[in-house]
Design a protein around this ligand. Structure first.
Ligand code: PMP
Length: 287
């Protein structure tokens, strides 16, 4: 039975009981993070803690000691005997009494950490590629908050899976603009390579400020000497791109088609592949 961290205790997951009136359940009133551990070491712990703080600020949930999530995660890995895992952190506002829209002043947030085992990464393996489908980005406007309100992404990703695709690509019609822009993937940030430049949606609130996104922007500059532009692009521009990929803490995935339209020659691009290996280098070279 896996051990989880739940409100101050390391316990078997079956013992981790959550109130039926937890606001996380009733109002999706919560935020989360996912941190990767490879060979026993966490990657990018600081940015994850900082983003958790920002997300908690975004939902106006004060009083959480975010610095404790690092040591809790380390201990969870040890207690579960894991070296490779994705550690899920969740903070909800907790049970505040009978269901009410109004948030009382006194709250007892609920904190849960779960370590999901992952296979050890083969540093020489090429990334897994696949097709994507486009989906209407019907999420709220505060996509910079890593909210547990993931139903739009869950529905769109399920549709993608049924279509044999590996990701959905969200397209948003932003107020005041004629164009529909690609924002990001259902659970990933999206990049295109165009005329030797890397393009990704700006960090302006319409996308999650992905930690992998930052690592790859830096790797593109530092390791590949490549210009990176944080600019909006349309679905049509994505279709015409030289390369497309999506990325998240778990992986970087080349996208070889979108809505049945083949991208370039239908193979993972050379720059995408280099970035995949640069990402793995960053993960392992910190060890
Ligand atoms: N965008 C969305 C909507 C996501 O859900 C995620 C992963 N949770 C990402 C981007 C990638 O973020 P990160 O690189 O920090 O995992």
């Amino acid at each position: 039975m896996p051990i989880v961290y739940h409100n101050g205790r390391f316990i078997e997951s079956s013992q981790a009981i959550r109130s039926i009136e937890d606001r996380g359940l009733l109002f999706a009133d919560g935020v989360y993070e996912v941190v990767r551990y490879d060979n026993g070491r966490p990657f990018a712990m600081r940015p994850h803690i900082d983003r958790l703080k920002r997300s908690l600020g975004g939902i106006e949930l004060p009083g959480i000691d975010c610095e404790a999530f690092g040591p809790w995660s380390d201990e969870l890995m040890v207690r579960n005997g894991l070296k490779d895992a994705r550690v899920y952190w969740q903070v909800t506002r907790g049970d505040t009494g009978p269901r009410s829209f109004y948030i009382p002043e006194h709250i007892e947030p609920s904190i849960t950490l779960i370590a999901y085992p992952a296979p050890p990464v083969d540093r020489k393996a090429f990334p897994t590629s696949g097709g994507a489908i486009s989906a209407d980005d019907c999420r709220w406007t505060r996509c910079w908050i890593k909210s547990t309100m993931l139903l739009p992404a869950s529905l769109a990703k399920t549709k993608a899976k049924s279509a044999g695709a590996i990701e959905c690509i969200f397209v948003r019609h932003k107020p005041g603009l004629d164009a529909h822009h690609v924002t990001e993937g259902g659970s990933t940030n999206a990049f295109i390579v165009r005329d030797g430049e890397l393009h990704t949606h700006p960090n302006d609130g319409w996308v999650l400020p992905g930690i992998t996104r930052e690592v790859l922007i830096d790797a593109a500059h530092a390791s590949l000497g490549m210009p990176v532009r944080e600019v909006c692009f349309t679905l049509e521009e994505l279709k015409q791109a030289d390369e497309v990929f999506v990325c998240s803490t778990t992986q970087l995935s080349p996208i070889t088609s979108i809505d049945g339209h083949t991208i370039a020659d239908g193979n993972p691009g050379a720059i995408t592949t280099k970035l995949h290996f640069a990402y793995l280098d960053r993960i392992f070279d910190q060890q």
